[in-house]
Design a protein around this ligand. Structure first.
Ligand code: GAL
Ligand code: ZN
Length: 662
């Protein structure tokens, strides 16, 4: 298993390199990522390359058995690039260019920048193709910034639209430009539509798609060069989990595997649900395991720093990712830097360079991971439940949230957390994926719903699947026009409801916010509070699971279950304030889907299963700072301790266990 750190030899005197490499090897590390911001050190002036220092660093690392991933260094352009070619700097909305001096400040449509990026990529690739301890590449660093408003980007946008729509008539029709007299007579009349408060929503969505495509194309330029020069190396990129400016499915398409940067330690200790959800998104991009390219090593921050991971947390955070499919673990960063913007972004070592607690905990983690590496081989998460994770809907909702505070990820979280509390693994999938692999599919905020997708979901339910949909389902076509149908449109039969009207209940914490009382029945028995949104949804064939108490809302369901064909369609028409609402709903849904969790974890304990190759591994993670007793399968081996399980297993605070179940 590849375990190591993000290392910046260029930040330290050469005399220190040997000590660093030795300490890494002593910690059980065997990989580093290098050079992703070192462009100016590798190409000090245009076309003049200097690889000597990196060669030497690689040689020191090699002597200690440490391999390397090299970053193409295009995320930090040298000063000479900005000086010689000012057009490579991204233009801001006000028409001025970003001042050089940070990073991620380039225009992605600049031909000059693309050529410069290709040149350094090619030079590095050719230089390192045969270096024995170089095994792979990371493209750039955390694609996603900045948005550029220059003329070249605008012209590229126009050309992209031309390729997409063919004729202006088609574009005018799909965007509905007859509204406010926005009909285009020529392609170059098209401006950059990035302000949802003023611009056409269809145009805004295409601009976001274009921006994503622009980043993907930039990466493609590098991938082409790396594949040709280094056929034996892998290529990956460090994604950012739930970040959603780019269509990550597209960005991942031509990579060998996905990596991501995980920083879940902020503010007061909490269960890192988002780190688990993000891991599932990352695994879903290519439907295969992933690496952690930057893992939390200490307090993070720029001008101010945050919370220090408690003893045990560094290890637990790493294991949470492994439990969700991580096959490589790289901590950011090795040693805390004494200079520059990230002096307070703490590594495993402090400024003093000593191997203290955080280093020792990472070394312990490395030793644990090496111990279970053989068992992990050939295993991944095979979830019985999927959640649809669709960038089109995410983007279109950001353009028009509809009800106040509607964010896809907030909606996702409610269901995801309930599933995690129930101990059930989740796959994040594209709406076009094969649904038949899942007992249940949740589609929160599935706002953009092309007819083909609606039919597939409906057929899925008819054939025995269980589907959950909620407010704002199926409102839009794929070009962000409103469907001319009573909602939820083509899903009406599967869900057994018709949404006659709808309204926003405002911000529940603001002076204008209000709520509705909800009375649950059957599996949802209890009283709840509906906030933020209310669909005035009438059950046609669905069985109400919750209704409203207010006089004018009595005809409508807040939650319902509909038997349709062999399956069930669940509908939720509001946001419930109480967590319990989601726990009960998910329990009922899992029951109807025939899904049982491997075990019932106590609060604060997460369970995740990796399987494959005839093996089943049960991961237990204690996210709390008190010991937790968990009922587990008896007579199995816990791989980290080598002990055999009884009826229960006790996890220390922040403890982890890996039980070989099968
Ligand atoms: C990541 C980035 C790293 C480093 C780290 C800590 O987002 O990839 O280069 O900046 O954050 O700030
Ligand atoms: Zn530009």
């Amino acid at each position: 298993m590849h375990i190591g750190v993000d290392y910046y030899p260029e930040h330290w005197p050469r005399e220190r390199w040997e000590t660093d490499a030795r300490m890494m090897a002593e910690a059980g590390f065997n990989i580093v990522r290098l050079a992703e911001f070192a462009w100016v050190l590798l190409e000090p002036s245009e076309g003049q390359f200097d690889f000597d220092w990196l060669d030497d660093a690689l040689a020191v690392l090699a002597r200690h058995g440490i391999e390397a991933i090299l970053g193409t260094p295009t995320a930090a352009m040298p000063g000479w690039v900005a000086r010689k070619y000012p057009e490579t700097l991204a233009m801001q909305k006000d028409g001025t260019r970003i001042t050089w001096g940070a990073r991620k400040n380039n225009c992605f449509s600049s031909g000059t920048f693309r050529l410069l990026s290709e040149r350094i990529t090619r030079a590095m690739a050719e230089h390192y193709r045969d270096t024995p301890n170089v095994i792979g590449w990371q493209t750039d660093n955390e694609f996603g910034h900045p948005v550029c408003y220059c003329d070249s980007c605008r012209a590229e946008f126009q050309a992209w639209l031309r390729r997409k729509y063919g004729t202006l008539e088609a574009l005018n029709a799909t965007w509905g430009t007859h509204f406010w007299g926005h009909v285009f007579g020529t392609w170059d009349e098209i401006t950059i539509p990035d302000d949802p408060n003023r611009h056409n929503p269809s145009a805004c969505l295409d601009w976001q798609r274009f921006y994503s495509w622009l980043n993907v194309r930039f990466q493609d330029d590098q991938i082409r060069i790396l594949r040709a020069a280094c056929p034996n190396h892998f290529i990956t990129h460090n994604f950012m989990g739930l970040f959603h400016e780019l269509d990550y499915y597209e960005l991942a398409k031509d990579l060998d595997f996905v990596s991501w940067d995980n920083y879940p330690v902020w503010g007061k200790p909490a269960i890192p649900y988002n780190a688990a959800a993000a891991a599932d998104v990352m695994r879903g991009l290519k439907k295969r395991n992933f690496w952690i390219m930057e893992q939390t090593a200490g307090p993070g921050g720029a001008t101010e720093y945050g919370r220090n991971p408690r003893p045990g947390e560094i290890r637990k955070i790493a294991f949470q990712q492994v439990a969700h499919g991580a096959d490589g673990m790289i901590w950011f960063r090795w040693r805390t830097c004494t200079t520059g913007r990230e002096q307070y972004w703490h590594g495993l070592l402090g400024h003093d360079g000593k191997g203290l607690r955080r280093y020792q905990e990472a070394a312990q983690t490395a030793s644990d991971l090496h111990k279970i590496a053989a068992a992990l081989q050939g295993t991944t998460v095979r979830a019985p439940v999927a959640i649809i994770y669709d960038y089109d809907s995410i983007w279109a909702l950001r353009i028009q949230p509809g009800y106040a505070g509607n964010r896809f990820h907030a909606d996702l979280e409610r269901y995801y957390q309930a599933l995690l509390r129930a101990g059930v693994n989740v796959d994040m999938i594209r709406p076009i994926d094969d649904l038949s692999a899942y007992r249940a599919v949740l589609a929160p905020d599935l706002y953009i719903l092309p007819d083909g997708m609606a039919r597939a979901l409906s057929n899925y339910v008819q054939g025995g699947g269980v589907l959950l949909a909620d407010s704002r389902t199926g409102v839009k076509t794929e070009t962000n026009l409103c469907h001319e149908r009573t909602l939820p449109g083509l899903l009406s039969d599967a869900l057994g409801v018709t949404i006659e009207e709808y309204e926003s209940l405002g911000d529940p914490t603001g002076p204008q916010g209000f709520s509705y009382r909800i009375i649950g029945r059957e599996a949802l028995t209890g009283e709840f509070t509906g906030i933020r949104t209310a669909e005035w949804a009438r059950a046609t064939t669905a069985q109400p699971l919750a209704t409203y108490e207010e006089w004018h809302m009595r005809p409508y369901v807040a939650a319902s279950r509909n038997q349709f064909g062999e399956g069930y369609g669940y509908f939720v028409g509001t946001v419930a304030q109480e967590e319990r609402f989601y726990d009960l709903l998910i329990a009922d849904l899992l029951r109807h889907a025939g899904v049982t969790a491997p075990l019932a974890p106590p609060p604060g304990v997460e369970v995740s299963v990796r399987e494959g190759d005839g093996k089943t591994l049960l991961f237990l993670l204690n996210h709390t700072d008190t010991a937790q007793r968990v009922r587990v399968p008896r007579g199995k081996v816990e791989l980290l301790s080598g002990e055999t399980t009884g009826d229960t297993w006790t996890l220390d605070r922040y403890g982890v266990a890996v039980i070989r179940w099968v």
